[in-house]
Ligand binder design. Structure first.
Ligand code: FES
Length: 365
């Protein structure tokens, strides 16, 4: 069978300065068994269909494993200690994608047209003629793919691709519960600063986040900043610990009382110039503790938002739109600092449902 398309026109075999070696052109096209034997073509069609048909079974196995295999179950592969559910999900999803891939390659090699095609170089802008030719080529490609004649292959591929999406949908369950207003109130908008450890405690004690010891007001020097956390954080473990720690992180600062502005509504929130603020930037949530003693400014290293801790944490520079939430604090009979309640506004970055009416704004009293 001869080539359908001439490689370089009439000059192809001409040897000149630009073409010192003659171009032998394309090799003669040899038909495949599936081109000349309908039985072989049918066999290839069934093989491709079989590969695509395995995909729904693997997708079902994926879903069954997701729900049936306990998350705490582990399997041993030699030195490897692996989570059984992860292994099962990986193997089934991997095999499903592999089956689609092998099926598609087999289809292309055995059933689609394999006539050699040479694409001529042309200017970047396509002419109207070229566009028409492209559309015609596309239609020919559809025809050559045999999808219109061998409907079984096309349908089984569509079915396989549709069903393989199910595992992806199932895993959306791991994104957590739907964020209803109640759920948001119990999670995003609440920290453990409001949960007393013992009923007899006056509030949640503030501890140093390195030594885990309670902080005594008298031990803080003017100008000092201490990173702190709630004492009851020690009762949490695993991902609960990380979640609560990230929301409750705190900075305690001590400033000269005569050099700070304390609004009337927050008069009881501080102890002789000692104030406590969320350590989480209200821009996009970086932890902050770059403290400038002289100006009372706290700088976020991520995008340089700057908060004035001597003025209720209002923003004085940068992209943050809200003041740093302040935590109301007091001292017990022995002089240890504790939180008298949770933050009165949610900590961290904004989100769609957030009510910003309670946020402190410069000039509020
Ligand atoms: S996260 Fe703090 S300024 Fe962007």
């Amino acid at each position: 069978m001869s080539n359908d398309i001439d490689h370089e026109g009439p000059s192809r075999n001409v040897v000149d300065e630009r073409h010192p070696v003659a171009d032998p052109g394309l090799e003669e096209h040899l038909p495949r068994p599936t081109d000349v034997d309908e039985k072989a073509a049918r066999r290839a069609e069934l093989q491709v269909t079989g590969l695509f048909a395995v995909v729904p079974l693997l997708a079902i196995a994926f879903v069954v494993i997701y729900f049936a295999v306990p998350r705490e179950m582990y399997v041993e592969f030699g030195a490897l200690h692996a989570n059984a559910q992860h292994v099962g999900l990986g193997v089934t999803l991997g095999l499903a994608i592999l089956a689609i891939g092998i099926g598609a390659v087999h289809w292309a090699r055995q059933l689609m047209s394999d006539h050699e095609i040479v694409e001529e170089r042309h200017p970047a802008t396509s002419s109207e003629e070229d566009r028409k030719a492209t559309l015609a080529e596309f239609d020919k490609g559809v025809e050559d793919s045999a999808i219109t004649r061998r409907k079984l292959v096309g349908r089984s591929l569509l079915g396989a691709l549709g069903i393989v999406a199910i595992p992806a949908v199932v895993t959306l369950a791991d994104l957590g519960e739907w964020p209803t207003p109640t759920r948001i109130g119990e999670t995003l908008e609440k920290t453990i600063w409001g949960d007393k450890r013992n009923p007899e405690d006056p509030g949640v004690y503030i501890v140093n986040d390195v030594t885990y010891k309670r902080i005594k007001a008298a031990d803080l020097r003017i100008g000092q900043l201490v990173n702190a956390e709630p004492e009851n954080l020690q009762d949490y473990h695993g991902h609960h610990l990380q979640t609560e720690k990230s929301k409750a992180a705190l900075v305690i600062v001590r400033m000269e009382p005569s050099r700070i502005k304390v609004p009337e509504s927050r008069r009881d929130w501080q102890v002789g110039g000692i104030l406590a603020y969320s350590k989480i930037c209200t821009h996009v949530g970086c932890p902050i503790s770059l403290w400038e003693q002289q100006t009372h400014h706290l700088l976020c290293p991520c995008h340089q938002s700057t908060f004035d801790l001597g003025d209720s944490g209002v923003v004085v520079f940068g992209p943050a739109a809200r003041a740093l939430p302040q935590l109301p604090i007091a001292v017990d009979d022995e002089g240890y600092l504790y939180a008298t309640s949770d933050f009165t506004v949610p900590v961290g970055p904004s989100y769609f449902e957030r009510d910003s009416t309670k946020d402190f704004k410069k000039g509020d009293n």
